[in-house]
Design a protein around this ligand. Structure first.
Ligand code: ZN
Length: 281
């Protein structure tokens, strides 16, 4: 039976919620508030899940970016924060075509196991609260800094807790090639590569203060030493920043690349890689 949601405790106050082995959401429990990072496809009752882990505490919700595998559960909450440049995309309900794409592309194994799709009711939050650089999400005994990291989408944000050295990077950095080539109009499209690179350079500058990097996707097997489904070592910041600079500077061009996210080229790094549009550097 396929598990819709697998919960893994990563630290005393941190849990990863792995939805259908596809998307990692995170629950961060502060002394005053709980923060839920992303709402995935929205296949589970997220309020109940958070309550089960943290008890009856007030919950804040934020999206790393406005893509359907990260924000489709937003309608379970009144207010969801999102990077200001993804605000418009976060307001749009999923079209029937997008719903069908999820069902055929991602939900196959669940349906085979008898999951009733009538339970699935994705949608935008009643209220979107745009956030930008300098915003702080105060949870009481910990405080997350919003970092604007245009790249995978123009409104992608990363969250940094400086005392703990925790960095949540959404889809900016993964153990497989990231999509920096998205050109689907306003629906969460990528920035040009030069700005993706700039974001990665900034994340690299945090390297001495970072202990753990938490990505929004991961894999269970074939991870390099020190990497897990939910956690990457800080050195990944150097690998991505250097690798992407080399593309922007014309040192490497990679190979032709085609995917559901569009056509372009891809350069593979020591870990992960960058899919990009050579006309948008
Ligand atoms: Zn994603």
């Amino acid at each position: 039976m396929m598990q819709v949601l697998k919960i893994t405790q990563l630290a005393e106050n941190l849990w990863a919620l792995d939805e259908i082995s596809k998307t990692n959401m995170f629950v961060i429990k502060g002394s005053k508030y709980v923060l839920l990072v992303d709402t995935g496809f929205g296949l589970s009752d997220l309020k109940e899940v958070v309550k089960g882990l943290c008890g009856d505490m007030p919950v804040k919700v934020i999206n790393t970016h406005a893509h359907l595998d990260h924000d489709s559960g937003n309608n379970q909450f009144d207010t969801v924060m999102v990077g200001w440049h993804d605000e418009l995309a976060a307001l749009w309900p999923l079209s029937e075509a997008e719903k069908l794409r999820c069902i055929t592309g991602f939900f196959g194994p669940m349906l085979k196991d008898g999951y009733d799709l009538n339970q699935w009711n994705p949608g935008p939050a009643k209220h979107i609260e745009p956030v930008s650089a300098e915003d702080r999400i105060d949870l009481g005994d910990m405080c997350l800094e919003v970092i604007e990291t245009p790249g995978h989408t123009c409104g992608s944000i990363s969250l940094f807790e400086p005392n703990l050295g925790w960095l949540f990077t959404g889809d900016m950095i993964l153990t497989w090639e990231v999509w920096g080539q998205l050109t689907r109009g306003a629906f969460g499209s990528s920035s040009c590569l030069r700005y993706y690179s700039r974001s990665l350079n900034f994340l690299e500058s945090l390297l001495p203060k970072v202990k753990d990097v938490f990505p929004a996707h991961g894999k269970d097997i074939d991870n390099p030493p020190g990497y897990t489904h939910y956690r990457m070592p800080p050195d990944i910041l150097r690998i991505y920043a250097q690798g992407t600079r080399d593309i922007v500077n014309g040192k490497v061009k990679g190979e032709p690349y085609d995917s559901m996210g569009g056509f372009g080229r891809c350069v593979y790094f020591e870990v992960g890689g960058m899919a990009y549009n050579p006309d948008r550097i």
